[in-house]
Design a protein around this ligand. Structure first.
Ligand code: ZN
Length: 156
C-alpha cells in the first residue's frame, strides 16, 4: 500500500467512525466552530485539570469527511497533553496543512504523525483547508475559554 492509499484509508476510517464524538458531561472548557464555506460545524468539550493537562476531550459536530476526520484525529492526539504541548501541536499542524512538507514537533510518535499527515493532501485544495483546520482553531478557542463561535472566515 502506498502512502496516498494509507492516508485515504485513515481519513475514511475517522470520517465514518469519528472517535470521541459525543456530548461530554464532564467538561470545564468548550467552544464552537463553524466553517460556512462547507457547512461544517463542531463543538469541542475539554476537561482541563489543575496541571493544565487535557484529561478528557470530546466533540459534537457534523460536516464533510475531512472536517470529521480532522476533529476525530485531533481529539485522539490531544488526550493527556499539557497546554504548552497543545499549542505546539496546533501551530505545527496549521503550518503543515498550509505549507510545510512535514511536521516538526518531537512530541508525537510515528503512528501519530502518520495519522496527522493523512490530512496533508488538502494543501492542494485551498477550499478544503478550512475543513481540516476548523477543529484546531476551535480547540485553541476552547483552551482560552472563548465563548464566541470560531468562524473559519477569520483565518487564512
Ligand atoms: Zn468541509
Amino acid at each position: 500500500m502506498d502512502l496516498k492509499d494509507l492516508y485515504q484509508e485513515i481519513i475514511l476510517d475517522h470520517g465514518k467512525n469519528p472517535r470521541n464524538l459525543k456530548k461530554s458531561d464532564n467538561f470545564n472548557k468548550d467552544a464552537k466552530g463553524h466553517n460556512p464555506l462547507c457547512g461544517d460545524k463542531v463543538h469541542i468539550y475539554l476537561k482541563v485539570d489543575e496541571n493544565n493537562k487535557i484529561s478528557d476531550i470530546a466533540f459534537e459536530g457534523s460536516g464533510c469527511a475531512i472536517s470529521m476526520a480532522s476533529a476525530s484525529i485531533m481529539t485522539d492526539l490531544m488526550k493527556e497533553k499539557k497546554e504548552i504541548e497543545v499549542k505546539e501541536l496546533v501551530d505545527d499542524f496549521l503550518e503543515m496543512i498550509k505549507q510545510n512538507p512535514e511536521l516538526k514537533s518531537k512530541i508525537l510518535g510515528e503512528n501519530e504523525k502518520t495519522k496527522l499527515m493523512s490530512l496533508s493532501g488538502v494543501k492542494k485544495y485551498p477550499m478544503r483547508v478550512k475543513c481540516a483546520t476548523m477543529a484546531w482553531h476551535t480547540l485553541t478557542a476552547a483552551m482560552k475559554n472563548a465563548n464566541e463561535e470560531t468562524n473559519t472566515d477569520k483565518f487564512e
